[in-house]
Design a protein around this ligand. Structure first.
Ligand code: AMP
Ligand code: GLY
Length: 427
């Protein structure tokens, strides 16, 4: 098979490296891709959100399948456009991608079908939102932009002043454009967070190995929120008991709810969960593989990813026995100095072999370019250095040993990825 993967980050690199293990895959393409991906797949400079451009590329290349990995093209309807041309795709159509594209949709869905989530109200005018916040008078409170906002549309306001500012910035000043014209004001919950990616064809849902993201820029969960500074899998908070409860109360009801709404979801449905005192609740849904969760989940997959994608498209996921390695995986993100604020680009990186890899790890490139035989930084999150091991300490040791082999000026990474997970195992 010839497969085109749309996107250009660490998640896409992980998908491509997994697909490259499949005997069925003859040729891999990526658009736009990045420096590291270009060593595994032929890359084309077509933007991930350029629907016409990507459809044209897929037709020109005569591919057998297109994997649409990022959220924005899915929400814009890229899968619908590819399917209209008879091209096999992996990813939900526009009607189903709304589960991530609109927080109001997803919150209303959960309320309607009794799926556990934080209490909330929806507002499109700032005065009513502020009136509600003052009446509730409970802090922290959570304010979320309805639409996509590059993962930055969630504000945890510690007091009334911060809440009022967030509401004005979102609704009145359209800080996230049209995405924040409507907001969800939500109850603040506490508890460990678990990411569960799942494969689903709309009939069967198969959770993948659970994982844990580390969103803050610095050690001890300090500093600004980022796209994710590292991940580990499996997540020790996701016990068999929690998994059973999630399947009964969250996963199956969500698939069923989407079917009832006439929005059958096919692809990777990501459940962002919090394990609270009253049980697991949904913090968010994503209509795609998580980044950097994918980087620690796919290395543990022992079944041909190409077979899984095809079965999902054909609605035959129930026929596939999906197997996982009984190991752990850890991913440490190396970021540009200054990230998540401003940072330089074009800095030469050292330590790689000609494929952009080092011994003992999968190096998933997120923001690199490849020029004249050299790898240069080209983004905030630059690479995700990922290792598997018999247990989490072994995986972490290998990943951090590999990190030490790679250098570039200003490189920044957290030194405590997995620390919370290890503490949970001990307690
Ligand atoms: P989201 O983009 O919805 O995943 O939100 C980003 C992060 O904000 C989540 O991973 C949580 O850490 C936090 N968050 C979102 N909603 C809540 C909530 N209701 N209570 C506490 N933390 C939340
Ligand atoms: N790591 C969180 C996300 O992919 O949205």
């Amino acid at each position: 098979m010839k497969i085109l993967v749309i996107g250009g980050g660490g998640r896409e690199h992980a998908i491509i490296m997994k697909l490259s293990e499949s005997k069925r895959v003859e040729k891999l393409y990526c658009a736009p891709g990045n420096g590291g991906i270009s060593r595994y797949a032929e890359c084309f400079n077509v933007s991930a959100t350029d629907i016409d451009g990507q459809v044209k590329l897929a037709k020109q290349l005569g591919v057998d399948m297109v994997v649409v990995a990022p959220d924005d093209p899915l929400v814009l309807g890229m899968v619908d456009a590819l399917n209209a041309e008879g091209i096999m795709t992996f990813g939900p159509d526009k009607a189903a991608a709304i589960i991530e594209g609109s927080k109001v949709f997803s919150k209303d869905l959960m309320k309607k079908y009794g799926i556990p989530t934080a209490k909330y109200e929806v507002f499109s005018d700032s005065a009513s939102a502020i009136e509600y916040i003052k009446k509730e008078n409970t802090y922290p409170t959570v304010i979320k932009a309805d639409g996509l906002a590059l993962g930055k549309g969630v504000i945890i306001a510690q007091n009334e002043e911060e809440a009022v500012t967030a509401v004005h910035e979102m609704i009145d000043e359209l800080k996230f454009g049209k995405s924040s014209a409507t907001v969800v004001v939500e109850e603040f919950l506490t508890g460990p967070e678990v990411s569960v990616l799942s494969f689903t064809d709309g009939k069967t849902v198969v959770p993948m190995i659970s994982s844990m993201d580390h969103k803050r820029a610095n050690d001890n969960d300090e500093g600004l929120n980022t796209g994710g500074m590292g991940t580990i899998a499996p997540n020790p908070y996701y016990t068999d008991e929690v998994a059973k409860e999630c399947m009964e109360k969250i996963f199956l009801p969500t698939i069923e709810a989407m079917n009832k709404e006439g929005r059958t979801f096919k692809g990777c449905l990501y459940f962002g969960l919090m394990i609270t005192k009253r049980g697991p609740v949904v913090i968010e849904y994503n209509c795609r593989f998580g980044d950097p969760e994918t980087q620690v989940v796919l290395p543990l997959l022992d079944t041909d990813l190409c077979d899984i994608f095809e079965a999902i498209y054909n609605g035959t996921l129930a026929d596939i026995d999906i197997k996982w390695k009984n190991e752990s995986c850890a991913c440490v993100v190396m970021a540009s100095g200054g990230y998540p604020l401003s940072y330089p680009k074009g800095i030469e990186m050292h330590g790689f072999d000609e494929k952009g890899q080092v011994d003992g790890a999968f190096v998933y490139h997120a923001g690199t370019k490849y020029e004249n035989g050299k790898f240069l930084t080209n983004g905030g999150r630059v690479i995700g250095v990922t290792s598997t091991g018999t247990d989490l300490p072994a995986a972490l040791d290998k990943a951090y040993a590999a990190v030490k082999k790679i250098s570039f000026d200003g490189a920044h990474y957290r030194t405590d990825i997995g620390k919370r997970a290890l503490a949970a195992v001990k307690s």
